[in-house]
Every structure is written in structure tokens, then in C-alpha cells.
Write a protein that binds this ligand. Sequence first.
Ligand code: ADP
Ligand code: MG
Length: 696
Amino acid sequence: METPTKLPELFGSMVFNEETMKDRLSSASYNAWKKCITDGTSLDLATANEIAEAMKQWAIEKGATHYTHWFQPMTGVTAEKHDSFIAPVGGGKIVMDFSGKELVRGEPDASSFPSGGLRATFEARGYTAWDPTSFAFVKDNSLYIPTIFCSYSGQALDKKTPLLRSMDAVSRQAIRILRLFGDKDTRRVTAQVGPEQEYFLIDKELYAQREDLRLTGRTLFGNKPPRGQELEDHYFGQLKPRVSAYMKDLDDELWKVGVLSKTKHNEVAPSQHEMAPIYADANASCDQNQLTMELMKKVADRHGFVCLLHEKPFDGVNGSGKHDNFSLGTDTGKNLFKPGSTPSQNAQFLLFLAAFVKGVDEYQDTLRTTVASAGNDHRLGAQEAPPAIISIFLGDELDGVVKSIISGKSYKEGGKRTLQIGIDVLPPIPQDNTDRNRTSPMAFTGNKFEFRMLGSSQSISGPNIALNTIMAEELKEFADQLEKSKNFQNDLQKIIKNAFTDHQHIIFNGNGYDDSWVKEAEKRGLYNLVSTADALPYYDNKKNVDLYVGNGIYTEEEIHARALIHVETYNATISIEARTMSDMIRREILPAVSSYATDLAGRVAAKKEVGASAKYETETLKKVSSLTDDLADTCDKLDKDLNKIPEDATKAMNYFHKTILADMTKARTIADELETMTDEEYWPFPVYSDLLFSEN
Ligand code: ADP
Ligand code: MG
């Protein structure tokens, strides 16, 4: 197989995409597939067989020997189980076989994936079902078939099924609104998502020497290096040759499997970088982001790097997030978050905007829970990432329009334009709304919203399920009212005005990093769910259960199961971190500092014997010895506390959050102080200045 060298040929060369299907399928089968995508009809077995056969032929040409159903269980990463195409035909020979049944349905054992208790009440078996809206592709000699993953009784066990359900929900409701504005053509409204992905690259050999990085993805010890990000020279800085080679290789790999990798640059912290794709349909984007994270790690290995996707690999320098750019697009090519050029278009735009503002305000807590994780707790609220408080940034101009709608007064912009807010006249909306605020968790950036609270390692599924569902809910409410309306213009104005009036407190255009915002937000009555332990109890409160169940996204069992999985994941994460910490203290740090102290004691004795001053050695010895004892005591307490974890998952979460994290912070502070006093020959693992400047 020849590797295409020109980008247009390279791009998607390993994807069984629409063009390939058109080429290789009969027109009847191609049309059946197309109808299945647009109308949600199911495929008959004959068609599935033909697609499977064509897919297999194509995949074999691309070097595939195996196929796998590729799915996204609640672990947040993808899962795959590979079967070869071989089928014996007697006489010791085989043929390459792949049927429509195998394409459409798989039956992995579900019992080892998180199910949040769904497994206890239902069968252990699960099944995977082909998601024909997402293209199959070849990677590492396997044909990857994107699938959903359900229990035998049909409960979703994955992150894909509810995403698809939420996309349907928002499409249904958005179309009702569009019809009211006279749009007869749109048949589908699709959430469009572009996730910007941040990551760190660390030298592989140094990484291997740190048990914390290997087991937890972050450093549990380490002082800020003498040089961090103060010089602000890394952001958009020149790429080092080894990093540049990595990024080029990554792009090639991403392009082959159809990921629209577009932008790459250095980020704020040393060794930190970002990749942004061109946006795509939310479900495809979710698949592509998973592929991106996998390939980032895999390609790093080839370049002697390890790619860290953890939200906070290093204390004292910026952590990594993921910006989720979100809009709603019609199949006729319109973006519903783009201000229009006529009053009617703008009325429609303002209605969608009003739905968004109202929805984000009413469901702040839901949105917050979708980004809650042990890793992200280190970011949100630190002065580098959006605060844990949800607010919306609209920019001065759009904010001016919103304020004028609320007050009923005319809108003046730069003294040049005066706009009357009348019954059937709505203000022109500035088209050049550029985002000047990097501190907002949810910023309007001209024709989309940028949700900036996501952690770098998380699946984008949860946040987009929430955004879709919230929009569906609000649009449904508006459509219910407007479809009955006797005076459309009048009621439209009222709905928009009421929504902005009742929910204006969620709009904040100031500096989200400022401490005064926390007080101001409290005055406004906004949620401030600082940590995962604070946020997760809201995951399945009555209001949020009603939201998701009412829109057909989750069943009640599914949402409670998911809430439990999030709690259990948090507990497991902190437990692993705490145990790793204890292990490193006992087996690496304490022996090292003890040797160093013994060595110092020898030097003190030797110096004293010849009557020389041993002041420095004696002082250091005393300090090191006393800190060593403190560290040993703190580690004892940590170990004891780890033996007292409550049975109940929620109680355990609070215990991990309060007791275990406090023990860990104390142990780290002592260990970090010891690091500053200990001869580097003795320190058992690479320190921050080694790790953060290892890209050369
Ligand atoms: P930033 O200034 O935040 O770096 P960019 O202009 O680089 O923003 O775009 C960020 C992301 O937003 C990209 O992935 C881009 O494809 C995506 N994006 C652009 N337009 C839309 C849209 N209408 N809907 C969703 N995502 C979009
Ligand atoms: Mg961005």
C-alpha cells in the first residue's frame, strides 16, 4: 500500500467515508445508508451485508486483518476488541469473512465496564450497534467500526448513545422554531462542535522515572522550577525541532483517519501545546477528539515523548483544558447562532440566544457537573482557568443589545446608530463580535459559544449532551408558547424580553479571574460549586432528572447510574493518587533523605575532628532530620486514613475530598521542602526543571 503524499489524497485515506461508499456500493445500498442517516430508518440485512462486504474489501486493501467495534464506555476512553476476518473453509484454508450481522451488532461482555449499578439489575451481557452516522476507518491493521454500547435491556452504557439522543432532541425542537419563522426547508439541525485540545510533552526517559506520572498522570511532588512561565515566551513561541516533527507526524496520522486537524501552537506553560480541529457534527467531533487523544499519545512514543493529557500535571504552571466551541447548524447551511442582517433573522437569532441564556442560567448546576473531575478540580478556580462559577460573556455590543431589550430603551452604539426597539423592529446585531475575554467559562464568540471549563482529558460527550438538552428544553418551551400564539410578533418580543430580564444575572462581561467576581456572583445568587465533591450531588437532583428524562436523553435509572459512576471515578482517582504518594514517600523519598542525612552526619563528624566549622552541615542535618520525621508521621496518618474510607460512595467522596486531600497536601508540602534542601545526587526522581524543559 502506497502512502499518498499530497494532503488531499492523504486526508481521509483510511476512512470509509461517503465518497468511498458512493464508489463501492450499489446505488440502492448507498441510498439506503443515506436514508438511514437523514431519516433515521434502519438498514435491512441485505443492505447491511452489501455494506459489510464492501467495507471488508476496502479495509483489506488498506492492510486490515481484523475488525473491531469501537465504543465509548463510561470510563471516558474508548474500548475495542479485535476479531480477525478469518473463517476456515476446510483443508486448513481460510477466507476473509465479514457479514452484515457482524457489522451491525457485537456482543462484548459488559460486566467489566462501569455501569453504575445497571449491571446488577440487568444482564451482564451488553451489545454494541453500528452508528452509521460516524464513518468506519482503518488504524493499526484493524477496521474500526464506531458503535454505541448498551445493556441487553437497552440501557445506555456509553457516552455516545445519549449524545445521539440529545442531538435528535435539539434538532426536533429547533425545527419547530424554524418553521415558525417560515423556514420550510430545514430537515435537520445539528450541533456543531470544535474542541481545542491542550497537552504536555515530556521526555519519555524522565517520565519513566516518576511513579506518580506513570500511575496518576500528574506529579504528586515537585517545586515550581526557578523558571516557569514568567517570561511568557512559550505561548505561540517557535516550535522546537523535535516538537515540530511530532506535530507534523501527528497531523499526518490525524488526517489519514479523517480528523480535521487545523491549528497547532505552543501554549502558555513550558512544554505545553494545543491542537484545534475544524468543527464537525457533535458525534463525529466526539469520536475525533477521542481519536486525537489516542494518537497524541501513540505518536509521542515514536518521538521519545510522553503526551500528558491530565488537567494539572504540574503545580505552579498552567494546567490543560479543552475548549468546546458549540453552535447549531441547519442542513441548509445556516448557523443559528449567527446574527442576521435583517430584523426577522435577528429576531430568530435573539430567540436562540434567549434560549441559551435562559437554559444556561436554569441549568448552571448541570453544566458544572459535566466538567467535574478530580483532575479538573486543580484548574477551575485557579487563576488560569475559568472559575467554577458559570456565567456567560456576550461582549459589550451584544450586551448593549440585550440591555436595550430589557429596558425597552433605544440602543446606541458608538453614537453612530440609534436603534428603536419596537414591536416588529429588532436591533441589527453587530456582526464583528470578537471575543476579548479569556476568563469567561462560556463566551459568545461571534457565531458560537465557547465552553471553556472542560478538562483536557475528558470526553466532550457529557458537556455537549448537556448543551443540546438544555437548548432542546428551552426551545420546546418557546415553541409550545409560540405555536399557540395569536400575535406572533408580540409574543416573540415578550418571550425574548422576559428571558433576558429574568436571566440577566448569568451574563458577566468582567474579569472572571478577579476575586471580586466570587462575591458579586454570590450576590447575584449564582452557583459556586467549587469542587467535584460540591458539584456531583447536583448531577441527578430532581430538576436535572426531569430535564434529561423529559427530553428522552436518559431514563431515570441511567442518570442515577451515571451520577454514581462519576462519584466512584472520583473516589478511585484520589485513592490511587494517595496510595501512589505513600508508596513514593516510603520507598523513594524517605530512604533518599535518610541517606543524605547520614552522609551529612558523617561530614559533620569529619569536620569536627579536624576542628573545622560544620555550621552549614549541622543546620541542614537538623532541618532535614526534622522534616524527615514529619514526613514519616504524615505518611503514617495518610495510610491510617486510607484504611477508614466510608462504604457509601458519596460519603467516601466527601472523605476523600476533605481528609485524604488534606493529608496529601501536607505530605507534599513537607516533601517539596525537603527537595529544596537535598543534594540532587540523592533526590530519587527528576524534578520540575528537568521535566518541563525536556523537549530539546
Ligand atoms: P480560539 O480563538 O479560541 O483559538 P479559533 O478561531 O481557533 O478560536 O476556533 C476554535 C474552534 O472553534 C475551532 O475548532 C473551530 O473549528 C471552531 N468553530 C468555528 N466555528 C464554529 C461553529 N460555528 N461551531 C462550532 N465550532 C466552531
Ligand atoms: Mg479557544
